[in-house]
Design a protein around this ligand. Structure first.
Ligand code: ATP
Ligand code: MG
Length: 300
């Protein structure tokens, strides 16, 4: 029999990044880099964001790649952020097609057209990357933000260090819990609009909302985490490196209200599943967790 603890461990490992996926991400990075080198003067490029920190959920999509531009491209920094985004998009459309490359507020998304099966598997391939043009600024980077029409500062190293510190302080279970809640956030039952936007906010909140140390049970930690996220979704959540705009700016009040309701419902569903288990209804407990998280949560 699959215990609830075994099921959570299996779920956790299914959301872990493996070698074949890393090899594919790296090959895609090189492919995009080799092409963009023919269009722009690029100093360096690197995989970053939640992918690099191991807080990205599955299926792997929108993997962030920073393309740090050389001084020869400085002219872009003096222009509106939309100019560099447009030029990167035009270049990527020329290679990948207009249905595969599209503008986002801080990046250009390139979709590789990978098939996702009924179990959310992709044959170890990544679905898409977010191409982020960047300029080095001391230890930080400046990236275009077309929503605000300004260049914003960021520092992936500080974000990575905070995530690592939180993970270590939580008996190395922190990243696994973050990936699980991000998987819940992507569950199709919520419709096209994710409960929490951006999903980076889940990670930022978890830096503070998972405290007191790992108590040894996934079911209770997850239930408590949903409850705390619901309680604190209306708080202001500054960017963890203190450089960019607050991460909580991504939702208006109506959207936060909806997030609170969905997080509260998740915490209630988690309590019900814990209760099923306590009363010996093991199958119902597993089914409850599966319904809450989605298809990567195992039933056997
Ligand atoms: N407001 C911000 N200011 C500065 N840096 C930010 C801000 N928002 C995000 N970032 C940085 O940019 C990275 C990419 O942003 P993104 O929204 O893709 O988040 P993510 O952590 O990669 O989550 P996801 O799993 O949804 O891709 C973040 O990981 C973070 O390091
Ligand atoms: Mg990302």
């Amino acid at each position: 029999m699959l215990t609830v603890d075994d099921a959570f461990r299996k779920f956790k490992s299914r959301l872990e990044l493996n070698d074949r996926e890393q090899a594919n991400a790296s090959a895609r990075q090189n492919e995009v880099r080799d092409y963009l080198d023919t269009k722009f003067k690029i100093e360096t490029s690197f995989l970053t964001g939640s992918y690099k920190r191991h807080t990205k959920t599955k299926p792997l999509k929108d993997i962030d790649i920073f393309f740090v531009l050389k001084d020869a491209e400085r002219h872009y920094r003096d222009k509106a952020p939309s100019v560099v985004i447009q030029d990167f998009c035009d270049a990527l459309v020329a290679k990948y097609g207009k249905d595969a490359a599209r503008k986002q507020s801080r990046s250009v998304n390139v979709d590789f057209g990978v098939f996702v099966d009924a179990e959310d598997n992709t044959d170890y391939r990544i679905l898409s990357v977010d191409v982020v043009p960047a300029f080095a600024k001391g230890q930080d980077y400046e990236i275009p933000d077309t929503d605000s029409g300004t260049w914003i500062k960021t520092n992936p190293k500080i974000h990575a260090e905070k995530a690592t510190a939180a993970h270590q302080a939580f008996s190395n279970e922190w990243k696994g819990l973050v990936r699980m809640v991000k998987y819940w956030n992507n569950n199709p039952k919520h419709g096209a609009d994710k409960p929490v936007k951006p999903s980076f906010l889940i990670e930022v909140m978890a830096l503070e909302c998972l405290h007191g140390g790992w108590q040894g049970r996934f079911d209770r930690e997850i239930q408590a985490l949903f409850a705390t996220l619901a309680d604190r979704i209306f708080d202001t959540w500054p960017e963890p490196a203190g450089l960019g705009p607050a991460i909580s700016n991504g939702m208006d009040n109506a959207r936060k209200q909806r997030a609170r309701e969905l997080l509260t419902a998740a915490s209630r569903d988690a309590s019900l599943a814990i209760n099923h288990e306590r009363q010996g209804r093991h199958g119902d407990a597993l089914a409850g967790w599966r319904a809450l998280f989605g298809k990567k949560f195992p039933l056997s």
